[in-house]
Design a protein around this ligand. Structure first.
Ligand code: ATP
Length: 494
């Protein structure tokens, strides 16, 4: 009943007030009720959490995903499917005396589709799907977490029985919160009890049960997990779920645009190229934001420009209302034009957007496409190219306005880090170096030498193209945002 709690509360208060009026000492009752309330809320004695589903959520069949809804992740899907086929052949495995598969651990960065994979696993194996987050087991009261773990397994089995299924998948997100190494937490007794209970429950999974339980854990930090969780017979299948590469990004975009009306100019391959580093969740958000943008404009179809603008939003956050004063806008335009000009010089065709519209923490930015063929390693030439682009903003300011500003601080930090990598990779005149014996001064000098050399080269290049730089900056200040194509058009006509 909707107002059940309020009714009981009103009734009990009424009885207590009446008892007080006729002279009965109500204090013992009040204390007793307070105790019951405390126990039911914090110790889970009443089992209410399980019943109301705040802790445990048995997902309805139609809310499950299918493997077709998951773009990319070919290796993860294949590994998972192999393990699940084993679950599906449960009877045959039992006949051969093979112990049941108890746990699969999905590990990877946020938003890469771990929950989605677990839901698809439930649909594929026709299991009941019950999920909980690791942090839901963390309580300051000893024993509560352990009790919740017990409840989770009980609920999974009873939900399966109710739905007349023979299998249940328990999905525990952020499993590192509850499965961290024992003895490492400040309130370690409670954490240890919770983890021990999970181990006990997993050990209790056997072939002889009517409901076959499979635990799927997800984590971004498998290194934090207690060794006991990872040993054979527990989470002994580790499936890596990585950030998608270009082809996988394209597949994910195809999944998330299936239900959207797209204009003929939409080029998903280009979007996949420009979204290096995006997770599946980012790509889903990108498709959604593009549709919202189209809706706001009253457009019937979603166009490529809606997607391109949404990339910036997903990457850097909501556009800010703040508008710097005119003088600063001019400086920001010159700074960004410097980056863009040099980026096109060192890697033609690489600029995707240049803008002075501030988003998140940035006042303006140049977004370059990343070459997917070169993401794991950097050659000496690539480091130098990146340094050229990073230093160009400050040098453009210096050449046009006579001095630099604090706007280049972030660029310099990145440049210093790159120069550090350059020296440590044995690319500097110091040759192959051992960081532990290299003097700080010597290291610093090698970094400085590289940065100064690049600075001089960039200064010479921009001095030679000062007119173009000013022209691009002026256009940028007027239009606030230029696409890569627009910029390249300007550069060829200049
Ligand atoms: P977290 O670690 O933050 O819990 P997760 O890895 O569990 O994240 P999901 O919750 O599965 O990520 O993904 C979030 C959303 O991102 C999904 O609902 C889906 O819309 C989208 N998504 C993520 N990966 C993919 C993918 N490979 N294919 C299609 N959609 C995806």
């Amino acid at each position: 009943m909707k107002y059940q709690k309020e009714l009981v509360f009103g009734l009990v208060s009424g009885v207590l007030v009446f008892a007080m009026l006729i002279g009965i000492n109500v204090m013992p009752f009040v204390l007793f009720l307070a105790l019951v309330y405390f126990a039911s809320n914090y110790l889970g004695v009443s089992n209410q959490r399980g019943k109301t589903g705040t802790l445990i959520t048995a997902v309805r069949k139609e809310q499950l995903a299918s493997f077709d809804d998951i773009g990319g992740q070919t290796v993860a899907k294949q590994e998972l499917l192999e393990a699940l086929d084993f679950v599906n052949q449960h009877r045959e495995a039992k006949r051969l005396g093979i112990r049941p598969l108890k746990g699969i651990l999905l590990s990877g960065p946020p938003g890469t589709g771990k929950t989605l994979l677990a839901k698809a696993a439930a649909a594929y194996t026709d299991s009941v799907f019950v999920s909980a987050g690791g942090s839901e087991f963390v309580e300051m009261y000893a024993g509560v977490g352990a009790q919740r773990v017990r409840q989770l397994f009980e609920q999974a089995r009873s939900a399966a029985r109710k739905q007349k299924k023979s299998k249940a998948i328990i999905f525990i997100d952020e499993i590192d919160v509850l499965g961290g190494q024992r003895g490492k937490h400040s309130s370690h007794l409670e954490y240890d009890q919770t983890l021990n209970q999970l181990l006990v429950e997993m050990d209790g999974i056997s072939n002889s049960e009517d409901i076959q339980v499979l635990v799927i854990g997800a984590t971004n930090r498998p290194d934090l997990l207690d060794g006991a969780l990872l040993r054979p017979g527990r989470f002994d299948r580790l499936v890596k779920v990585d950030l998608p590469e270009k082809e996988a990004r394209l597949q994910i975009l195809q999944v998330h645009t299936r239900n959207k009306p797209l204009a003929s100019d939409v080029d998903l391959a280009q979007l996949a190229q420009e979204t290096y580093g995006f997770s599946g969740a980012h790509l889903e958000s990108l498709a959604n934001e593009a549709a919202i943008l189209a809706l706001r404009e009253g457009a019937a179809l979603i166009e490529q420009r809606h997607f391109l603008q949404s990339i910036d939003k997903v990457m850097l956050g909501e556009q800010q209302e703040r508008r710097p004063p005119l003088e600063e806008q001019q400086r920001i335009s010159l700074h960004e034009a410097g980056h863009a000009l040099v980026a096109e010089h060192v890697r033609p065709g690489s600029v995707a957007t240049v803008t002075i519209l501030s988003r998140g923490e940035t006042l303006g930015y140049v977004r370059q496409t990343v070459d997917d063929a070169a993401v794991y390693l950097q050659t000496e030439e690539q480091i130098r190219q990146q340094l050229w682009v990073l230093l160009a903003g400050a040098i453009a300011e210096e050449l046009t306005l006579g001095c630099r500003s604090t706007g280049a601080r972030g660029d310099f930090q990145q440049a210093i880090e790159l120069a550090r990598r350059y020296v440590l990779a044995g690319m500097s005149p110091l040759g192959i170096v051992d960081e532990s014996v290299l003097g700080k001064g010597e290291f610093h000098c090698a970094q400085q030498e590289l940065l100064r050399e690049v600075e001089q080269a960039v200064r010479a290049y921009l001095r030679e193209h000062l007119a173009t730089l000013k022209c691009v900056a002026m256009r940028l200040q007027q239009e606030e945002r230029l696409t890569g194509e627009r910029l390249r058009e300007m550069l060829t006509t200049e």
